[in-house]
Design a protein around this ligand. Structure first.
Ligand code: HEC
Ligand code: HEC
Length: 203
C-alpha cells in the first residue's frame, strides 16, 4: 500500500516536471522562431548584424537583453531609434519570450573587438583606469576586464563602432536615459569617445 502511494507520488512529480519542461521549451522554441524570422531581418543571423544601426546581440548578456526589451516595451528607453525600431517589436513580446530571447542571443559566439593602433591603446588606458579630470570612471569596474559585460551591464567588446559612439553621445545628452551612464559621460570629450570606441569596437 505504502509502496503504491510512493509510486503514485513519484509518477505525479515526474509528470509535473515534464509539463514544466515542455512549457519552457515552448517559450524557447517561440523565441528561436522569432529570432530567425523577425529579429534577424535587422540584427542578422544569430545576432551578428552587419549594419552599424543595428547593434550586435551575439554573446550579449542575457539579463541585459531582457532588461532592454522591457525598457523598449515600457518606453523608458526612448531615443529616436529605440522608438522607431524597437517599441513596436517589444510590444509583441511577453516576459517568458523575452527571457528566452536573452538566453538565445547570450548563448551565441560573440564577435571579437579589433583593438588595433595608437588610438585603441589610448582607449584601453581610459577603459581600465578612467580619467578623473572629466569624471570618467574605469569602465572595467562594471563592464568587465575584457568588456564582456555582467548581467544587466552590457558586453561592449566587438560591438559596432558607430552604434557605441551614438550610445555614448546619447547618454551624455540624456537622449538615452540612464543615471549611471549619464554621470559617466556628462563631461566626456569627443576624443575620449573616439578612443574608447576604437579600443572596444569591431566595425
Ligand atoms: C526593423 C529593424 C529591427 C528589428 C526587426 C529588430 N530590431 Fe532590435 N534594434 C533595432 C535598432 C535600430 C536598435 C538600436 C536602438 C537604439 O539605437 O537605441 C535595436 C536594439 C535592440 C536591443 C538593444 C541592444 C543594445 O545593445 O542595447 C535589443 C536587445 C534588441 N534590439 C532585440 C531585438 C529582438 C529580440 C528583436 C526581435 C523580436 C529585434 N530586436 C528586432 C532594430 C531592429
Ligand atoms: C557603475 C557601473 C558602470 C560603469 C563604471 C560604466 N558603465 Fe556603461 N553601462 C552601465 C549600465 C548599468 C548600462 C546599461 C544602461 C541601460 O540600462 O540603459 C551601461 C551601458 C553602457 C553602454 C550601452 C551599450 C549598448 O549595448 O547599448 C555603453 C556604450 C557603455 N555603457 C559604455 C561605458 C564606458 C565606455 C564606460 C567607461 C567610461 C562605462 N560604460 C562605465 C554601467 C556602467
Amino acid at each position: 500500500m505504502k509502496l503504491r502511494l510512493v509510486a503514485i507520488l513519484v509518477a505525479g512529480a515526474c509528470l509535473a516536471a515534464s509539463l514544466a519542461f515542455a512549457e519552457d521549451n515552448a517559450a524557447g522554441r517561440a523565441a528561436e522562431a522569432k529570432a530567425t524570422t523577425t529579429c534577424q531581418d535587422c540584427h542578422g543571423p544569430k545576432g551578428d548584424s552587419t549594419v552599424a544601426t543595428f547593434p550586435r546581440l551575439n554573446g550579449q548578456q542575457a539579463d541585459y537583453i531582457a532588461a532592454q526589451l522591457k525598457n523598449f516595451r515600457d518606453h523608458s528607453r526612448s531615443d529616436p531609434h529605440a522608438q522607431a525600431y524597437m517599441w513596436g517589436m517589444a510590444s509583441q513580446l511577453d516576459d517568458s519570450i523575452i527571457t528566452e530571447l536573452g538566453k538565445y542571443y547570450g548563448g551565441q559566439t560573440p564577435t571579437p573587438p579589433q583593438s588595433g593602433g595608437a588610438l585603441a591603446a589610448e582607449g584601453k588606458k581610459l577603459y581600465l583606469s578612467g580619467a578623473p579630470a572629466q569624471n570618467v570612471p574605469a569602465c572595467a569596474t562594471c563592464h568587465g576586464a575584457h568588456a564582456e559585460g555582467n548581467s544587466i551591464m552590457p558586453r561592449l567588446a566587438g560591438q559596432h563602432a558607430d552604434y557605441l559612439k551614438k550610445q555614448l553621445e546619447a547618454f551624455r545628452s540624456t537622449l538615452r536615459e540612464n543615471d549611471i551612464m549619464h554621470a559617466n559621460t556628462k563631461d566626456m570629450t569627443d576624443s575620449q569617445i573616439e578612443a574608447l570606441v576604437s579600443y572596444l569596437a569591431n566595425d
